[in-house]
Design a protein around this ligand. Structure first.
Ligand SMILES: *[C@@H]1O[C@H](CO)[C@@H](O)[C@H](O)[C@H]1NC(C)=O
Ligand SMILES: *[C@@H]1O[C@H](CO)[C@@H](O)[C@H](O)[C@H]1NC(C)=O
Length: 355
């Protein structure tokens, strides 16, 4: 992970170095998959890492540090997006020494060997607690920088409801001050050579179930549909692109160069409106195939994590109370596929930055 240093060199050595650095920054990636653990009889962490590797899944999101998982990831060449548990965020916001302890316990013992790519300070934190996110990111950035680990990008994972309005995409705006503080911190990392992305959980499924009258199922599934959203010369033929570009439009409205990483997206195979094995397979396979071309506003590789690796029978569906919450998995706990799915590896120019 030498791109940071390479970027510094660039400034000095100019164009020739630029070509060299771009060449060395090619980085194998695939769609990632979220490894949630709220299920009975899930395989051991070592088996899970093996399953990722055997399916060609090169990127993993975990929601908080876990010793067994991190040990299993050592040497796996899997890129890791690791969460800070929501309940730890106030502590990390309050002091750099708490942030330093967190890094010492959860990052440093696994280096080298674990490819930490991002730290997500909380997942879908809402309400007053959102005020802790920006300070926690700042403290972690300070610690990582002081320990020479500033290749690890720190962000937070949010829901689409950080936007107040969003149709058509070009009309969208961010809601409140706390998310804007977070975005200002992310935007300031532009100076380091790689701008930390905003991590966003993007679910056309929930948009669809919230308005089945007006949203065509095929438009939500990336299937041919009579729906096209036309917006300032751009044409949206699927809901996912429109949702991601809602974010990009709101970011450019604020003059921010922060990229978007889709930290969750998926479709349930059972349990409610629109939930079926066929629809889940269609959505997830189309998603995996689609993201290499990005969105109309950003037509290049869009880093995306499918939710989720396993069906998780302990998920309570706190938000919706829905049975569907337990059926987002690509695999059953016994590692058998819920439906066939194919991942593909591509090489991206990491560190080429925001375009
Ligand atoms: C969008 O669709 C319109 C109408 O079909 C077409 O004229 C235009 O070129 C399309 N824009 C893009 C960027 O494809
Ligand atoms: C975001 O960062 C870019 C690049 O440094 C800068 O040009 C822009 O003014 C920043 N945006 C804000 C709102 O500070």
């Amino acid at each position: 992970m030498a791109h940071q240093r390479a970027a510094a060199m660039l400034a000095v050595l100019g164009v020739i170095a630029s070509i060299f650095a771009a060449g060395t920054a090619l980085w194998p990636v695939s769609a990632g998959v979220c490894y949630g653990v709220h299920g009975d009889r899930l395989p051991s962490a070592a088996e899970v890492v093996q399953l990722y590797k055997s399916k060609g899944i090169l990127n993993m999101r975990i929601y908080q540090p876990d010793v067994q998982t991190l040990l299993a990831l050592k040497g796996s060449k899997i890129n890791v997006l690791m969460g800070v548990a929501d309940e730890d965020v106030p502590r990390l916001a309050a002091s750099t020494s708490a942030a330093a302890d967190w890094v010492k316990v959860n990052i440093q013992p696994y280096l080298p060997g674990v490819l930490f790519q991002y730290i997500a300070v909380g997942n879908e934190i809402t309400g007053a607690a959102t005020q802790n996110i920006a300070p926690a990111i700042k403290n972690l950035n300070a610690v990582l920088s002081a320990t020479g680990l500033d290749d690890i990008q720190v962000s937070t994972a949010v829901r689409m409801d950080v936007l107040s309005s969003s149709s058509p995409p070009s009309s969208s705006t961010f809601k409140d001050g706390n998310i804007k503080d977070v975005l200002a911190v992310l935007n300031s990392t532009y100076a380091t050579g790689i701008t930390a992305p905003l991590l966003v959980n993007v679910y056309p499924y929930f948009a669809y179930t919230g308005d089945t009258k007006n949203i065509d199922l095929n438009f939500a599934l990336f299937q041919p549909s009579s729906t096209v959203i036309r917006d300032n010369g751009l044409n949206y033929t699927n809901l996912f692109d429109a949702m991601v570009d809602d974010l990009y439009a709101a970011l450019s409205r604020e003059n921010l160069v922060v990229p978007v990483v889709v930290s969750e997206s998926g479709w349930p195979s059972y349990g409610g409106v629109g939930a079926s094995v066929t629809n889940a397979q269609t959505y997830n396979q189309n998603l995996i195939n689609h993201i290499r071309n990005g969105t109309p506003k950003r037509p290049y590789w869009l880093e995306t994590y499918v939710f989720a690796m396993f069906n998780e029978n302990q998920k309570t569906g706190a938000e919706t109370g829905a049975e569907t919450e337990k059926h987002f998995g690509l695999f059953n706990p016994d590692k058998s596929p819920v439906y066939p799915i194919k991942f593909r590896m591509i090489h991206v120019c990491k560190g080429c930055g925001f375009q």
